[in-house]
Design a protein around this ligand. Structure first.
Ligand SMILES: [Zn+2]
Length: 63
């Protein structure tokens, strides 16, 4: 599960769906690639008010 507290986005992805959407990139940048792909408006500035999209490991059953 990926959630963004800035824009309220909630997306459930499995690994295959993530790769299909954004390709095989390392996870920190993958997070922002997904935000961009999903239309989050908070990704323009990398240093201020950046998209809060984050992995919710508890919702993914990993935490
Ligand atoms: Zn966002």
């Amino acid at each position: 599960m990926l959630v963004c507290h800035q824009c309220g986005m909630r997306r459930r992805y499995d690994a295959d769906a993530m790769q299909a959407k954004v390709g095989d990139v390392c996870l920190p940048s993958l997070r922002l690639r997904i935000a961009a792909a999903e239309g989050c408006e908070k990704i323009g500035n990398p240093y201020y008010d950046r998209c809060g999209l984050a992995y919710d490991v508890q919702a993914m059953g990993l935490g």
